[in-house]
Design a protein around this ligand. Structure first.
Ligand code: PGA
Length: 256
């Protein structure tokens, strides 16, 4: 079995004082999770330590960076390395978000390098995949997502794939208010698990948490998370409002 995860992606939002207020509300509001559930906060780099201090003592909340460099260290102005993240005890990093792929032209092989660097520093990637609208319209989304997984993840060992976290985020549903139906989400998640099973075996595929992302909110989370292969969500806009995100957390199934 696998963990059920509510992951927030704050993206490039909030001032420091707003981040502090939100972190405090979550630290006091996210008190009892059921077995096998986990909450991860994807926080902008400048606020990682600030939020870390605010959530210290709350065993249910974990921090994630939203990106990392594809180089270990050196003369790469403006970049943030996994070594830096490890040195401040950040356990997760979002890799391959569609906004990074689209606006910063991150390639499959760069993402593979980032995944390797993160794992080598004991940081668990939350690896994002998902198709744009024109691919969905030609009904080739399965092949598209399969290629994203193969090119950036399939060099990993079986041990590295165990308990891995993948977020399926159809690009046409991100920040648009258009959610994939729970049926569409389940269909793709089952496909992803089957692709993983064909490479790593069903036992390993069953340990991978596959999160859905794209306009998840309190009103639709229970329905989407109820599907057997949907193991929670990666939440953008709705994660910026404490009450909304807490209600999404409460919609998680029990995990294991
Ligand atoms: P959204 O973003 O929930 O605002 O659609 C999700 C994401 O991009 O991770």
């Amino acid at each position: 079995m696998r963990k059920q995860i509510a992951a927030a992606n704050w993206k490039m939002n909030l001032t420091a004082s707003q981040a502090e207020t939100l972190a405090t509300a979550l630290a006091t509001g996210v008190t009892h999770l059921q077995a096998g559930q986990q909450v991860i906060l994807g926080v902008p780099f400048p606020y990682l330590i600030l939020v870390q201090n605010k959530i210290a003592g709350n065993q249910n909340l974990f921090l994630s960076a939203q990106n990392c460099a594809d180089k270990l260290n050196g003369a790469y102005t403006g970049e943030t390395s996994v070594e830096m993240l490890q040195s401040i005890s950040i356990p997760f990093v979002i890799i391959g978000h569609s906004e990074r792929r689209e606006y910063y032209h991150e390639t499959h092989s760069q993402l593979a390098t980032k995944v390797d660097l993160a794992l080598a520093h004991n940081i668990q990637p939350i690896f994002c995949c998902g198709e744009p609208l024109h691919i969905r319209e030609t009904n080739t989304q399965n092949e598209f997502v399969e290629k994203q997984l193969k090119e950036s993840l399939f060099h990993l060992s079986n041990a590295q794939m165990k308990n891995f976290i993948i977020a399926y985020e159809p690009i046409w549903a991100i920040g648009t208010g258009k959610t994939a139906s729970s049926g569409q989400a389940q269909e793709m998640h089952a496909h992803i698990r089957q692709v993983l099973a064909s490479q790593y075996g069903i036992e390993t595929a069953d340990t991978v948490s596959i999160l859905y992302g794209g306009s998840v909110k309190a009103a639709n989370a229970s329905e989407i998370f109820s599907k057997p292969d949907v193991d929670g969500g990666l939440v953008g806009g709705a994660s910026l409002v404490a009450s909304e995100f807490i209600s999404i957390i409460e919609s998680l199934k029990p995990g294991a």
